[in-house]
Design a protein around this ligand. Structure first.
Ligand SMILES: [Zn+2]
Length: 241
């Protein structure tokens, strides 16, 4: 066991402290050798805003989740192992990306029964994948706004709402966030991921824009089970419900 330690990062007006438990774990046994690693378990990611208010981002994740990072595989959610990995927190969009992966840890379970019917990850229906991505961003932006109301802007590197929207769009259209992990680790999953990306590219740009506006203006509705997307969005997204 290593000594517990803390890493400090300054990001815009945020002070970020990654606290490590000192415990390590070999993580990624399914991965290629390149990223088979002994990861330190994160105790918390504490963020202090300009007025001194401190939050631990990890507290918002379900209890079964352990956090590893920063890792070169970048942001990712591993349902089988209950792990969220994160990227270098200095990278643009890193904290939004982390919230998005936490969103997956909350949202994907909602569709577990559908996945079971589809016999697991690679056979997930397009609709399930789409709902997971949509719901995870809805959850992420709901949390983003909650923290903002507490005086902590988790995206200080983005100077405007448009830049946040561009980041979310880029994530959906290129799946850049997961892309690196997928490329390094899950070659067999890549086709699945590309299919997801192609889907988002097929969505009318104004509907994609509207969806993110909906998230930002009232994200809770998108995350809420009872939320029903507007008809034109359902049509554009090819959603049955
Ligand atoms: Zn995602």
């Amino acid at each position: 066991m290593k000594e517990p330690r803390t890493e400090e990062i300054q990001k815009g007006n945020l002070k970020i402290k990654i606290k490590y438990t000192g415990k390590t774990e070999v993580y990624g046994e399914d991965y290629e050798e390149e990223i088979l690693l002994r990861a330190e378990i994160v105790e918390g990611i504490y963020v202090t805003g300009p007025d001194g208010k401190e939050i631990n981002i990890c507290d918002s994740a379900p209890d079964y989740i352990r956090f590893f990072g920063p890792l070169k595989i970048g942001d990712g959610f591993d349902d089988d192992n209950g792990v969220i990995t994160f990227d270098d927190l200095n990278r643009d969009g890193s904290l939004l990306g982390l919230l998005h992966e936490m969103g997956h840890s909350v949202v994907n379970r909602r569709y577990r029964d559908e996945v079971k019917i589809d016999q697991g990850w690679p056979q997930k229906t397009r609709e399930t994948k789409v709902k997971e991505e949509r719901g995870s961003w809805g959850w992420a932006l709901m949390k983003y706004r909650e923290f903002l109301e507490q005086g902590i802007n988790l995206a200080p590197e983005f100077s405007s709402r448009e830049k946040i929207k561009d980041y979310v769009k880029e994530s959906l259209l290129t799946h850049d966030i997961a892309g690196r992990a997928v490329e390094l680790a899950y070659k067999e999953r890549k086709a699945e991921d590309v299919a997801g990306t192609e889907f988002w590219r097929s969505v009318e740009p104004q509907d994609l824009d509207q969806m993110i506006d909906d998230f930002l203006d009232n994200p809770a509705v998108e995350f809420n089970d009872t939320f029903v997307p507007r008809e034109e969005i359902k049509r554009s997204f090819g959603l049955r419900k």
